[in-house]
Design a protein around this ligand. Sequence first.
Ligand code: 13P
Length: 243
Amino acid sequence: MRKRVIAGNWKMHMTCAQARDFMAAFLPLITDLPDDRTVVLAPPFTAVSTMAELAAGSCVEISSQNVHWQPKGAFTAEISAEMLLEHKVRYSIVGHSEPRKYFSESDEQINHRARAAQSHGLIPIVCVGESDEQRERGEAERVIRRQIEQGLEGLDPNNLVVAYEPIWAIGTGKTCESPEANRICGLIRSWVGATDLVVQYGGSVKPENIDELMSMSDIDGVLVGGASLKPEGFARIANYQDS
Ligand code: 13P
């Protein structure tokens, strides 16, 4: 059975002091998780080291929100895999729709980032997903397939997580209907051609919809934005009820 990966992407939220408060409230709420679940939190870079210390000995793994493909050099604002590994980071989110949109990240760059992550032993969480307009024009599958083919080229599917995050569902409160999210997650796994590939859904995941999403056969986990900032809410998501 594929493992379940419940991840929180904190984006540009949480100082170190706020991260400490979060973990003090959150960790006692997730002590009885079933063994098949991994909980991942992706703080901003400034809180990575603090979070790694706080998470030590718990079931929480730390993710970065990005990684560069070069080991070092003149790349202002970037971070290398080696720098992350020093702080016990295990996962790296790459290809999120926000850097795709705000910094024009291409599938080729995303592929470089994901390959560098894997070659250093980090597990990339590669995000894909269509915009509102693309879905309305009936282009969703074509767009996602291109992101998969170009973004995942040469990657090892056994050390990889793919997150299907329809852009229109991110931060909007508009969740993709579970059967449709499930259909796309299944398509992604079939396009990659790896039955063990872990595929997450992301976009307005909250305590109210987690049980239904996780009951879907092709959804192996979730990538949560806003609802991962509240310890009680994110703990409820991590403790989702199996149907
Ligand atoms: P929301 O859960 O706030 O919609 O954000 C989803 C997301 O972008 C996670 O990476």
